[in-house]
Design a protein around this ligand. Structure first.
Ligand code: GLN
Length: 484
């Protein structure tokens, strides 16, 4: 059952080949048996999942089911879920139960999806390896000694291990695409503002975007169809019509212009990943696409710019965790200052503290102009690079990540080397563009991701471009040993 596409599962549910309760039990059994080795879930919600499956079966019987009715999914633990713990991977929120559902949680529930639980993640979505989680690292299903990527490592590992049909995730600097690449799944980060951020715990508000991890572009299209769209509760939500993503999947690729940025194939890229990516580009040529060499000259500045802008916004967003209203509170504070200091020192891990300190520094009087303002100016230049590129091409392709999944522990003492994982993904967030990662030919048995970047609100095009490749190849169907 777990290897079927969402469309196949939906058809089976309609034909009563199995019920949603049976499908949900099947996934819960897999989670119980297989997840102890991966740690991809922080919370498993067996009881509420079975109750939702029961309701989905009623809807299926009434003949009013939609494409997601009764399909078991998981939510990254950054999305607020009413009545179910939302930890954001942090000790700070270890006992936090949200009083409301995030918009995307609400929309997927209204579409009849069943929530199996909440997936593990880097603390407050800060990290590229899922090792900063208070709940311990997630292991990569392809090799348990390696990281799944981050920050949405739990969602990526759970989808790769077939512990859910699909999962939600979020991407501030690469957190959907990089773990999707390292775990061999399909991930899409939509245009900034495409999916509501309401009820998604804020990291860097001008970069954060909700999206999907799935086993194929077609599966992702079914989920995104329900998640995307305007939400008046999010002031940065885009009021732009949402096309039907499933409808566009099969569009022909003849004449598609693919830009290859020379900066994405330079030093720092594992040559075998470069070869695997180029083999995928060849496949696109066979599908009728034309290749155009392009340049994104400011892209080498994207990592330094991001590590000014993202910490600045995080230092402001995370000020709300003060031990007063919600979250961790230290024992026996001697006064208010002590309450703030100790609650935050105990509640936040080292990476989050590092980001808050960098952020407070770059925003402080005297440094604001030198760092924050300068970074914002370069951010505009990075967005302008893409603007120029999209006058020549329809999509941009390159590697998602410079390496395959690395060993657990190998980068934890070297933040700069950890930050360089996102060298190809961050510019997209700075510009607010949509991006995807899809699995291509593996290297040494480890997954490799092809990144596809589109112009604003071109999610339908991205999913179509990804789907046509997946239609012609089989890399996305491979399952890690022991999780088939
Ligand atoms: N790895 C990046 C960081 O640590 C991106 C994280 C993300 O996209 N949430 O900030």
């Amino acid at each position: 059952m777990q290897n079927k596409s969402i469309a196949q599962m939906a058809a089976d549910l309609r034909l009563r080949t199995y019920s949603s309760v049976e499908l949900t039990r099947h996934y819960l059994e897999r989670i119980a048996r297989l997840d102890p080795a991966l740690n991809s879930f922080i919370t498993v919600a067996a009881e509420s999942a079975l109750a939702a499956a029961e309701r989905a079966d009623q809807t299926l019987r009434s003949g009013e089911a939609g494409p997601l009715t009764g399909i078991p999914i998981a939510h990254k633990d950054i999305f607020c879920t009413q009545g179910l713990k939302t930890s954001c991977g942090s000790r700070m929120l270890d006992d936090f139960v949200a009083p409301y559902d995030a918009t995307i949680v609400e929309r997927l529930a209204a579409a009849g999806a069943v929530v199996l639980g909440k997936t593990n993640m880097d603390e407050f979505a800060m990290g590229s390896s899922n090792e900063t989680s208070w709940y311990g690292p997630v292991r990569n299903p392809w090799d348990a000694a390696r990281v799944p990527g981050g920050s949405s490592g739990g969602s990526a590992a759970a989808v790769a291990a077939r512990l859910c049909a699909a999962a939600t995730a979020s991407d501030t600097g690469g957190s959907i695409r990089q773990p999707a690449a390292l775990c061999g799944v399909t991930g899409i980060k939509p245009t900034y503002g495409r999916c509501s951020r309401w009820g998604m715990i804020a990291f860097a508000s001008s970069l954060d975007q909700a999206g999907v991890m799935a086993r194929s572009a077609a599966d992702a299209a079914f989920i995104l169809d329900e998640m995307a769209g305007f939400d008046e509760r999010d002031s940065t939500s885009a009021d732009v019509p949402v096309p039907d993503y499933v409808d566009a999947l099969d569009d022909d690729l003849h004449g598609l212009r693919i830009g290859l940025p020379k900066e994405y194939f330079g030093a720092g890229l594992d040559a075998r990943i470069g070869d695997a990516v180029m083999a995928a580009i060849k496949e696109y040529e066979a599908l009728g696409a034309e290749i155009v060499e392009i340049s994104l000259p400011n892209s080498p500045l994207s990592v330094p710019v991001y590590y000014v802008v993202a910490p600045a916004e995080c230092s402001s967003n995370l000020a709300r965790f003060d031990g007063v209203r919600y979250g961790h509170r230290c024992d026996n504070p001697k006064d208010l200052q002590d309450l703030y200091e100790r609650s935050r020192a105990e509640g936040f891990g080292p990476e989050v503290q590092r980001r808050i300190m960098i952020g407070a520094y770059v925003l402080s009087a005297g440094y604001y102009d030198a760092y924050y303002l300068k970074a914002q100016k370069i951010r505009q230049l990075i967005a302008d690079d893409f603007k120029r590129a999209f006058e020549q091409v329809d999509v941009i392709m390159g590697p998602t990540s410079p390496t395959t999944a690395f060993q657990l522990g190998s980068k934890m003492d070297d933040p700069v080397s950890m930050y360089l994982n996102d060298i190809y993904t961050i510019a997209t967030n700075l510009a607010g563009l949509p991006g995807m990662s899809i699995p291509v030919e593996p290297v040494d048995g480890l997954p490799v991701g092809l990144q596809i970047i589109g112009n604003y609100f071109q999610e339908a095009r991205l999913l179509n471009v990804a789907h046509r490749y997946q239609h012609a190849t089989h890399w996305h169907q491979a399952a890690p040993a022991g999780f088939e």
